[in-house]
Design a binder for this molecule. Structure first.
Ligand SMILES: [Zn+2]
Ligand SMILES: [Zn+2]
Length: 469
């Protein structure tokens, strides 16, 4: 068999790897992920239109998790005629229902915008009906249960601890007498993240590991530290009578924050002030979270004790825009969590437009902010922010919490890989070859050097690289 690296190869987005099993007329092709390339619009549009293999050749797709850089092109496969199965965990399948619909909506709106303002006629990558049809192709599987993917190929999901439903994928391939095992890490999360379980490195052992390397060159601050900082920000801002404005990704980060605020309130560490979740996608995602208690971490006290993690007296979910705007005329301390995560679009813009110039308020940054985004300019504490064409003075406090990252850091990735190697050695397998994907150049190089020092054969494949297994 062979692996061809197609996306997230020497970059972070567009996750997609091609497994080819057997040869000639009996060859089978399985895709691991089919994610969206993100970045500069014109470049990524071209990349997103390129199919990894001809549609008729694809026998099955296995999806690690619902993030758009992993799942975002599934509707494009379906739009182009894919009628096979897409395997995922049950929670991933349900998150995809809302996230792919949201993505389709963005594609349609983008195409409309370009037609109206730039006279550019582009066909959206896919439409809402393609996202809906994608859902019909998805089969939700429990964790840790083998399923037959196609002739000679079976797989199972193990907990990746990154977002709800996230999985690493163990693929077992039989070619004649040969049995090979490939482990695809997906995105690996961190121990101690709210709600979801900790990553559980597969106990199967492997010949080859395809491993993410997003933070292969750095270690994070602790999750516990972030929770304490969150409490302090809420207390201090409430004491000033201000509001806490939090730009946050609607899926994952928002639910984690609500959960942590719930915990802090129960423990009496923050005052009782209203919390508004001002994002329709976040509201829908929270409903999906509530549907999947099987994916929660039963070691966490709130999970064990509270029948409803996201519904407590302080919290409300706003649906329509008028409700959202009404928040501006309200007085007293409050917390507003709204998308987008980098404050580039979405309802957070209204709240920043209104609240960034009030020194009683705090803008709380809880995630990575890419260059050239409004979120980044807030982190840099620029004197003014340009929002809706206005120059708004930035006189609110700015606080940055780095401890909420959903990705394993260097130490986490290394210990995950060592665990997988140890399991393999127990079964008499040699040290697996590691192919690093899903990382920027500097992170990949640094991590590869570290892994080689630790005895792993390690490669950083470029897109198009084919390796035999
Ligand atoms: Zn992810
Ligand atoms: Zn990713």
């Amino acid at each position: 068999m062979q692996i061809e690296f197609f996306g997230a190869a020497q970059e972070v987005t567009g996750s997609c790897h091609i497994l080819r099993v057997g040869s000639g007329s009996t060859q089978r092709t399985v895709l691991l992920d089919c994610g969206m390339f993100q970045g500069k619009r014109s470049e990524s549009r071209e990349k997103n239109k390129r199919l990894p293999v001809p549609i008729d050749d694809i026998d099955a797709v296995i999806l690690s998790h619902a993030h758009i850089d992993h799942a975002g092109r599934l509707p494009y496969l379906v739009a182009r005629g894919y009628t096979g199965t897409i395997w995922a965990t049950a929670a991933t399948r349900d998150l995809c229902a809302i996230m792919l619909a949201d993505s389709a909506h963005i594609q349609e709106k983008d195409a409309e915008y370009l037609a109206r303002h730039r006279d550019e006629i582009i066909e959206p990558l896919y439409r809402m009906e393609d996202a809906t049809r994608t859902q019909e192709r998805m089969v939700g599987m429990p964790y840790n249960k083998w399923f037959d993917v196609t002739d000679g190929v079976r797989a199972r999901f193990t907990e990746a601890g990154h977002i709800l439903g996230s999985a690493s994928v163990v693929v077992e391939v039989r070619e004649g007498e040969r049995l090979k095992r490939i482990i695809f890490s997906g995105d690996i999360g961190r121990a101690g993240l709210p709600i979801i379980r900790d990553p559980a490195p597969p106990e199967d052992g492997a010949d080859v590991i395809i491993c993410e390397s997003t933070y292969g060159n750095r270690d994070h601050e602790s999750v516990e530290g972030a929770r304490d900082q969150l409490a302090k920000v809420v207390r201090d801002t409430a004491a000033r009578g201000g509001r806490i404005l939090i730009p946050a990704f609607a899926v994952g980060r928002t639910q984690e924050l609500v959960y942590d605020l719930h915990t802090l309130r129960r423990d009496g560490k923050i005052p009782e002030i209203p919390i508004y979740i001002d994002s329709p996608l976040a509201t829908n995602a929270t409903a999906v979270f509530a549907m999947h208690p099987e994916a929660y971490d039963q070691n966490e006290e709130l999970v064990r004790r509270s029948p409803n993690l996201f519904d407590f007296p302080m919290v409300s979910f706003t649906r329509d825009v008028s409700e959202s705007k009404r928040l501006n005329s309200m007085h007293g301390p409050m917390i507003i969590i709204a998308a987008s995560g980098m404050a580039e679009s979405g309802r957070i813009l209204h709240h920043l437009h209104y609240g960034a110039s009030d020194p009683r308020n705090t803008i709380l940054i809880v995630g990575f902010q890419a260059e050239h985004t409004l979120g980044r300019r807030i982190v840099e504490q620029r004197p003014t922010l340009r929002i809706f064409g206005d120059e708004v003075p930035l006189t609110a406090e700015v606080e940055v919490l780095n401890g909420y990252s959903a990705h394993a850091d260097r130490s986490g990735l290394l210990s995950w890989l060592r665990d997988v190697r140890r399991h393999g050695e127990r079964d008499g397998r040699g040290t697996p070859t590691v192919y690093l994907v899903h990382g920027e150049h500097s992170a990949q190089e640094a991590f590869a050097t570290q892994l080689r020092g630790d005895g792993f054969r390690t490669e950083i494949p470029a897109a198009g690289t084919v390796v035999p297994v």
